[in-house]
Design a protein around this ligand. Structure first.
Ligand code: 2P0
Length: 331
């Protein structure tokens, strides 16, 4: 009844922003991401009738309040579906700096889903695990089940059985693809993505335009990935990110995740591009900027970013493996 899983963080090239069904975590639009080799969560889960209560420890601290309930609500859903009565102990650690403003929900909930399914002997397929992970607090966790480049299908059914993630190509397909994670601020965001996207759907006058433009972005990114075309993937990803941030800015109340350092990196990337370097940015629901480029250009871009921008930390990473079981337990 004890199992440990590792799952990667992922960065969306076509973003997920908006749910058509909150309870089932069904998105309004499909999304495509890359799973990251160097940012992951390890989670050990044990169910036992000997435990008197549920306990959750995240990065060495006993989780309380909203952090605890977000995890336990998901475990309760699994316990309900599979008629489990036992209490659970969950210990989870990120290998990347904590509260660095990097999305940890996707890797965290993907690792939790896989570890729970293994600990309970559920024998689920990858597709079923991805559907279960989708129903956690973090929809993008469904993408972290797979390695390399991954598409989360929007699906059309009301019951969500066709809204799951699938690998496009594995982590070895595009060996030169790199992401430079530039950390410009380490504060935790005030509004969660789930709440932010709900406000956007309800109030942004531009939401229809976003939805209408998604299929074309998905098509172009898919083809760019298959052709290993950094200009195509980078330019479509950057435009998609700016469209998502236009939605955020036009939400009531506005979601302004950028800080001055964010704009410094944006302008520096555009300047590098004017100088013919193929580099593009993408930004999620936070201030930090992820730069998409080829392996050979990493050093030059890193040097310029460090020199011109107020950067607290830089992590260079590449496409990595999907969620997997390991024997190295955390307790
Ligand atoms: C994505 N995001 O496709 C989109 C783009 C953020 C912007 O899925 O509140 O990880 O960060 O714990 O569920 C982020 O969603 O939310 C997300 P938080 P979650 O990657």
């Amino acid at each position: 009844m004890k199992a440990t899983a590792i799952a990667p963080s992922n960065i969306a090239l076509v973003k997920y922003w908006g749910r058509r069904n909150d309870r089932l975590v069904l998105p309004y639009n499909g999304s495509i991401s890359v799973s990251l080799n160097d940012l992951f969560t390890r989670t050990t889960v044990e169910f036992s009738s000997d435990f008197k209560e549920d306990i959750v420890v995240i990065n060495g601290e006993v989780a309380e309040g909203e952090k605890f309930s977000r995890v336990i609500n998901f475990v309760n859903m699994i316990r309900d579906i599979y008629s489990i009565d036992d209490h659970v102990k969950i210990v989870s650690e990120n290998n990347f700096p904590t509260s660095a403003g990097l999305a940890s929900s996707a890797s965290g909930f993907a690792a939790l889903t896989l570890a729970c399914s293994k600990a309970l002997g559920l024998n689920l397929s990858d597709k079923e695990i991805s559907i279960l992970a989708r129903r956690s607090g973090s929809g993008s966790a469904s993408r972290s089940i797979f390695g390399g480049f991954v598409e989360w299908h929007r699906g059309n059914r009301d019951d969500g059985t066709d809204s799951y993630s699938e690998q496009i190509v594995d982590e070895k397909y595009w060996r030169d693809f790199r992401i430079i994670v530039s950390i410009v601020a380490k504060s935790e965001k005030k509004i969660s993505s789930a709440r932010g996207m709900k406000y956007t759907v309800e109030t942004s006058p531009f939401y229809k335009g976003w939805i209408d433009s998604i299929d074309n972005d998905l098509k172009r990114i898919r083809s760019g990935i298959l052709d290993r075309d950094i200009e195509l993937v980078g330019s479509v990803a950057e435009h998609n990110c700016l469209k998502m941030h236009s939605l955020m800015l036009s939400t009531v109340p506005p979601l302004i995740y950028w800080v001055p350092g964010t704009l410094q990196v944006i302008h520096t990337i555009h300047k590098l591009r004017d100088d013919d370097l193929a580099c593009y940015f993408t930004i999620d629901a936070g201030p930090n900027v992820k730069v998409i480029c080829s392996k050979n250009d990493v050093k030059e871009i890193e040097d310029v970013l460090t020199d011109k921008c107020s950067i607290e930390d830089i992590i260079v990473t590449k496409p990595g493996k999907g969620a997997r079981i390991t024997n190295s337990h955390l307790f």
